[in-house]
Design a binder for this molecule. Structure first.
Ligand code: FAD
Length: 268
């Protein structure tokens, strides 16, 4: 339960309200993290929030954080040199390994791109092990797109299908306009042997998973990451309970077949 002190070593602005921070331990080794896992980040005197790793491995801890309230804002305002408390890593991982041999669809909405980035990087690092690979990514406005430079690099690859869409265009935008699931119809994949990783607002997850299911993808190969308010991160306090499951302990990554009924219950 005790947070370890980590120092912010780099801070990069992604969008108007979102920053990527790199953190290194004040003493001792860094953490070893897997794609999909999260830490509890503690801003001393303000509070603690769950934040996914946006790069996995045993290097510096990398988090991309959207300022939506007091704690996430304080995290975003932490400049190089500031010390934050870190607990974790917690949670399970995107099953990137078990997707080998088939097509992979990575479907992200908004800040949901951050938890999916390490899964995408792992697929790209072992590109030959997978069939077709696609990144489908949507944000509200073009200015909300995260990781612009990487996105351009990924788009330039011939072995990956990258499609981006926005809810509302801005002057100069010549790309897709529309919701993320609408991209699926234009994406070649074999639903019988593909695996999907989906993260974003719950409504986006819901419609994406439905579209994947209707395309013929078995629901146990649609993996989603669930977000709920959390406190302990260890399955003790019950804050992140969703029906029979505690998201910090059993998730945050679930198969859609485990979640589809629970997701139908509003405010659960
Ligand atoms: C496993 C997990 C991983 C996450 N990864 C990231 C990440 O990589 N980057 C990132 O920016 N955010 C991430 N979040 C969301 C982040 O934890 C919340 O934005 C943060 O807790 C908000 O706290 P706050 O004090 O700043 O704002 P608050 O004042 O607590 O909340 C501001 C608004 O956000 C809503 N909110 C608060 N917590 C959550 C939550 N957990 N899920 C959905 N809505 C919430 C509140 O209802 C309110 O509308 C993650 C959440 C979980 C559970």
């Amino acid at each position: 339960m005790a947070p370890r002190p980590f120092r912010v070593t780099r801070r990069r602005r992604e969008t108007a309200d979102t920053w990527t921070l790199e953190l290194e331990p004040v003493a001792g080794p860094s953490l070893t993290t897997q794609p999909g896992q999260f830490t509890m980040l503690y801003v001393f005197g303000v509070g603690e929030v769950p934040i996914s790793v946006s790069v996995a491995g045993d290097g510096p801890l990398v988090h991309t954080v959207r300022a939506v309230g007091p704690v996430s804002r304080a995290v975003c305002e932490s400049r190089p040199g500031a010390v934050l408390g870190v607990r974790g890593p917690f949670g399970n991982a995107w099953p990137v390994e078990s997707a080998r041999g088939g097509d992979v669809l990575i479907v992200a909405g908004g800040i949901g791109m951050a938890p999916l980035r390490p899964a995408l990087l792992q697929v790209l690092a072992n590109r030959g092990e997978y069939g077709r690979a696609a990144l489908l990514y949507g944000t509200r406005m073009p200015a909300d797109l995260l990781y612009r430079r990487e996105l351009e690099r990924w788009r330039g690859r011939l072995d990956m299908d990258v499609k981006v869409t926005v809810d509302a265009a801005e002057p100069g935008w010549i790309g897709n306009v529309g919701v993320v699931p609408s991209l699926l119809g234009h994406t070649p994949y074999d639903p019988a042997q593909a695996t999907a990783f989906v993260c974003g607002p719950e409504i986006m997850i819901h419609f994406t998973a439905l579209a994947l299911k209707h395309s013929g993808m078995p629901t146990d190969r649609i993996h989603i990451s669930m977000e709920r308010n959390m406190r302990c991160g260890l399955g003790y306090c019950g804050h992140c309970q969703l029906g029979p499951t505690l998201i910090c302990r059993d998730g945050p990554v679930y198969r859609y077949d485990q979640m589809q009924e629970l997701m139908k219950v509003r405010e659960l």
